[in-house]
Design a protein around this ligand. Structure first.
Ligand SMILES: [Zn+2]
Length: 549
């Protein structure tokens, strides 16, 4: 735990923690943790090595087969499912960025947690906002039912904080690369934030010594060269140069500070001490940055996950010391895939980096040339996912381009499937277990008309959609289970250990927590289902109001 937090806690007069009463539902404080890019593969691999916070949370109802069921397994869509109970096809958060050719600015890429109608906002320098989130969150539902309830988030990324709190939040703070900031300007700046930002700024000025790896992590240390780059990863110990912001966030440092801010806000705002229950959502981003920067199977991820376990343990111990009646849910926004170079060494022959020729711009120009059409032809964010036909083309040329592009992607050996918007519109959202979903059903759960592309491209398994590894070496975002399957853990004091292989969805978390809080939802009002092995699901349900469908 951070030293500054210990000092701050002493400054904030905590009321005397009386004898802790036997926990009775609903809990006074709901702690919902998302560990960014924490795949169920990593959970399975590291579970025996966790001894602190992750071991404790994993000692409750622990589902190792949770699913972010949709195809576009990115941070924004993933976080949008956790506390709304809905798939991206209902939350409207189809990707981190999508293309809007009708937007009134030259930048047609729109960020998921942006209000693009604010003058000056762009996809890279955006105005943070929940405007795109089409359904309410659990925190909003709590506030509607119990006006004293507070809805708070702390996160390593703005989109995580926004998607877990929604339109009516009391406080949300996120790391922006320089400091913790908020889009809720009227909420004031808590002392915790001032203290954390000052402390981190000071720490960043100094070189950080390499960590000492335990023997278990040393066993994973093997340098692996990344193709077409100067990089070698696999045996890093997180030494950091002064003022290296990127190295700070791709290390255990960021999560430690995020948890310390959450703990500080719980004290300062007296969360969990009012007559109505509060929710604090915490998104820990370092696992994701470590995965992107070093891959998932080296010494770096090993150190990151053991530190994460320790930091979460310290955080929970602090809540214990305050005598709070709290309950925890922990999951991830998506999983992840290791670097293809190390996968090949491990015998995964199909592991490869994507052909740069599949990038929307490159493919669009090639096809436009062939068809005798001027302009880009195709617009997209990447070499897969949502693809958009240039609206500046005549209706006839748009049709020609769509036909040619679908055929060209389908013919490529790295492409698994291509679905048009018309095909997706005609596909109902699946209600069977997510392990049984076909590729088009996965893509359908990521489809929202007006935001989604004219067609969507799914790459084959084990294809890493990064051809140029100069920034990141590994990623996620596919429709395959290494990116879809995540742990879903529920813990409350006194809860019997219940490890489970049952297949559930991250959309089940919200209705289950709602039942814990005595706010069960009418069946069918969200995509997810209350888990009867975790909560009493049969109490009188309340209807949930929908937002702007
Ligand atoms: Zn993520």
């Amino acid at each position: 735990m951070r030293n500054w937090l210990v000092l701050l806690a002493a400054m904030i007069a905590a009321p005397g923690a009386a004898q802790q009463p036997a926990p009775a539902p609903p809990p006074k404080l709901l702690v919902v943790i998302s560990v960014d890019q924490f795949s169920a593969d990593l959970w399975d691999e590291y579970r025996p090595h966790f001894t602190a916070g992750l071991a404790r949370i994993g000692s409750g109802a622990a589902f190792r087969n949770g699913y972010q069921s949709h195809a576009a397994t990115e941070t924004c869509p993933g976080h949008s499912t956790i506390l709304t109970g809905d798939h991206p096809s209902r939350t409207g958060i189809i990707a981190n960025n999508w293309i809007d050719q009708g937007v009134k600015r030259s930048d047609v890429s729109v960020y998921c947690a942006e209000d693009e109608t604010v003058p000056g906002s762009s996809s890279s320098a955006y105005t943070v906002s929940p405007a795109h989130l089409l359904v309410p969150t659990l925190g909003e539902l709590m506030k509607a039912a119990r006006p004293g309830s507070r809805n708070v988030a702390v996160a390593g990324k703005d989109r995580a904080a926004v998607m877990m709190t929604g339109h009516k939040a009391d406080q949300r703070w996120y790391w922006t690369g320089q400091k913790f900031e908020t889009d809720l300007k009227s909420a004031g700046v808590p002392k915790t934030i001032v203290q954390a930002n000052a402390s981190i700024a000071k720490a960043l000025l100094e070189y950080r010594q390499p960590m000492t790896a335990p023997a278990f992590c040393q066993g994973k240390a093997r340098p692996v060269a990344i193709q077409n780059s100067e990089k070698t990863v696999g045996a890093g110990l997180f030494a950091r140069n002064a003022e290296d912001q990127a190295a700070f966030r791709a290390s255990p440092e960021l999560d430690g500070d995020t948890l310390a801010v959450a703990a500080g806000l719980i004290d300062e705002l007296q969360l969990g001490r009012g007559s109505d229950p509060d929710v604090v959502a915490i998104s820990l981003s370092a696992t994701d940055y470590v995965g992107h920067t070093y891959g998932t199977e080296g010494e770096e991820m090993c150190l990151q996950l053991l530190e994460l376990d320790r930091e979460i343990g310290d955080f929970l111990a602090l809540l214990d010391s305050r005598g709070l009646d709290f309950a925890v849910a922990l999951t991830a926004d998506h999983g992840g895939l290791d670097i293809p170079e190390r996968m090949q060494l491990a015998g995964v022959k199909d592991a490869a980096r994507v052909d740069p020729g599949l990038a929307a711009g490159t493919m669009g120009l090639k096809l436009a040339n062939r068809l005798g059409i001027s302009g880009f032809g195709l617009i997209g964010e990447s070499a897969f996912g949502d693809m958009y036909i240039d609206r500046n083309l005549s209706a006839k040329d748009q049709k020609r381009m769509l036909t040619a592009a679908v055929a060209a992607y389908k013919a490529h050996p790295q492409v698994a499937a291509v679905f048009t918007a018309d095909q997706l519109k005609a596909t109902p959202v699946a209600t069977t277990p997510p392990t049984q979903w076909s590729p088009i059903q996965r893509a359908r759960a990521s489809f929202y008309p007006g935001r989604s592309g004219d067609f969507v491209v799914l790459l084959k398994p084990d294809i890493t959609p990064i051809s140029d590894a100069s920034r990141y070496v590994a990623t996620h975002g596919s429709a395959w289970d290494y990116d879809r399957r995540v742990p879903v853990l529920f813990w409350r004091k006194g809860m019997a250990a219940a490890p489970s292989d049952a297949v559930i969805e991250t959309t089940d978390i919200m209705p289950t927590l709602a039942a814990w809080l005595g706010l069960p939802l009418a069946p069918g009002s969200v995509d997810g289902h209350c888990l009867p092995t975790v909560a009493l699901c049969s109490a009188t349900p309340v209807a949930r109001t929908e937002r702007g469908r």
